[in-house]
Design a protein around this ligand. Structure first.
Ligand code: SF4
Ligand code: SF4
Length: 395
């Protein structure tokens, strides 16, 4: 496994980090056996950075990762986890959450600790008001936190302000070829790097959207250039092509993904894509931008909806209609995605515009407005009668 050096502390980190946000599941539970195989096989091949969060998989991600690493692997890897600022209401909450995390992860220290989804500088100011600076300095002194950073979703302007607001040890941003100019974007990456702050990349495949559901035209332009290179390889190599990137996180759900990502990491390097290859990304980005209706990454942070809407599933079907030029069949995909023919439908028209979901969306999507668009587009006059007949037919 290739490594890059953390410019702030000179540690060697594997260029591929294991994102434990999408560990495999059986039903609603994490498949611990499959997760263990994947995680150990990644460690044995040199992956030394594992990223989780207090809220991932309802806290189970930290628990399962802790259990696996406790089998003799803890000291071979770096653990990154995140504090949810939206759950910090008083000073005592810092310790309360952090101690639960140490317990779940079965460790005495967190190597890379992040403020989760810091979207604006006012949230940082609120945490400062609760004494986070004193708390961090005490945790660093005791060695319980080795590096402090923040993960970011928000506007570029806020990112630059947050970067300037503290002497961060690292930052984590969403970055992929589609988002080169979204959120922190390339400007944010270069700015952080210019200040000597290492940058970790999340969502290099935009939650899998880059793999599944890209328009056929995009596949075609890449296949014409290098037929043997997969979309995943194109997308990951684009991220690693940036020398300012310390490592990228891939939220792996299968052994095949682990194997493939490691294979690609072995051949990727900074500044290796040619000018002709980079030009293809511009073309692909244009095609995708024109066709994507809602920039949802299926992260699920907006869930659950109190009125039963499956928000990411609704947007996935909506985007699918335009990305893949689906005609009438788009409604059936939408019906399937939203369980329209079951006792617990989760389609857009159930939205009551309560806005409860919107503050949680890292992509700043105006979810309730977009639900109306989806309803108008995909729930025509025959939608509910067809769903009703379908449900009767299926018993
Ligand atoms: S705005 Fe709509 S989708 Fe969002 S939580 Fe409220 S009802 Fe659910
Ligand atoms: S709507 Fe926003 S929060 Fe919800 S899944 Fe999509 S990107 Fe995530």
């Amino acid at each position: 496994m290739k490594t890059r050096t953390n410019i702030k502390n000179q540690e060697s980190l594997s260029i591929l980090g294991f994102g434990a946000m999408r560990l495999p599941k059986i039903g609603k539970l994490i498949d611990e056996e499959a997760s263990e195989k994947m995680i150990i096989s990644a460690i044995e091949r040199g992956v030394n950075y594992f990223d989780t969060a207090y809220v991932y998989q309802n806290g189970k991600s930290e628990i399962v990762l802790g259990k696996i690493l406790a089998k003799g692997y803890r000291d071979r890897v770096n653990i990154a986890t995140k504090m949810p600022p939206f759950m910090i209401r008083k000073t005592a909450d810092f310790d309360k959450i952090f101690n639960i995390q140490l317990q779940r992860l079965q460790t005495d220290r967190i190597d890379y600790y992040l403020i989760h989804m810091l979207m604006d500088v006012s949230t940082w100011d609120r945490l400062k008001g609760l004494g986070i600076l004193e708390w961090i300095s005490e945790k660093k002194k005791s060695g319980q936190i080795r590096n402090l950073g923040f993960s970011f979703h928000g506007t570029q302007q806020e990112f630059l302000k947050i970067i300037d607001a503290y002497d961060w040890d690292f930052t984590q941003i969403q970055y992929n070829f589609i988002d080169e100019f979204n959120q922190a974007g390339k400007t944010g990456l270069l700015y952080a790097a210019s200040k000597g702050i290492p940058v970790i990349i999340m969502e290099p495949l935009r939650g899998g959207k880059i793999v599944f559901g890209l328009p056929k035209e995009v596949d075609k332009i890449w296949k014409e250039m290098t037929p043997e290179r997969s979309v995943v390889e194109w997308a990951l190599r684009w991220v690693w092509n940036h020398p300012q990137v310390l490592l990228l996180l891939s939220g792996m759900s299968t052994q095949e993904q682990v194997d493939d990502n490691i294979r690609i990491a072995d051949i990727a390097a900074a500044n290796t894509l040619s000018i002709q290859e980079l030009a293809l990304f511009d073309k692909a980005r244009e095609i995708i931008r024109e066709k994507t209706k809602v920039p949802c990454t299926a992260c699920g942070y907006c869930m659950p909806c109190p009125h039963g809407v499956d928000i990411p599933a609704v947007f996935a079907a909506y985007n699918d209609k335009y990305l893949n030029n689906k005609g009438f069949s788009a409604m059936f995909t939408y019906m399937q995605n939203t369980g329209a023919m079951t006792k617990h439908p989760a389609y857009a028209s159930l939205c009551q515009s309560c806005h409860a979901c919107e503050p949680h969306c890292p992509q700043s999507i105006q979810i309730s407005d977009r639900m109306k668009d989806v309803k108008d587009d995909l729930e025509g006059p025959f939608f509910k009668p067809i769903a009703y007949l379908g449900s009767k037919f299926m018993g």
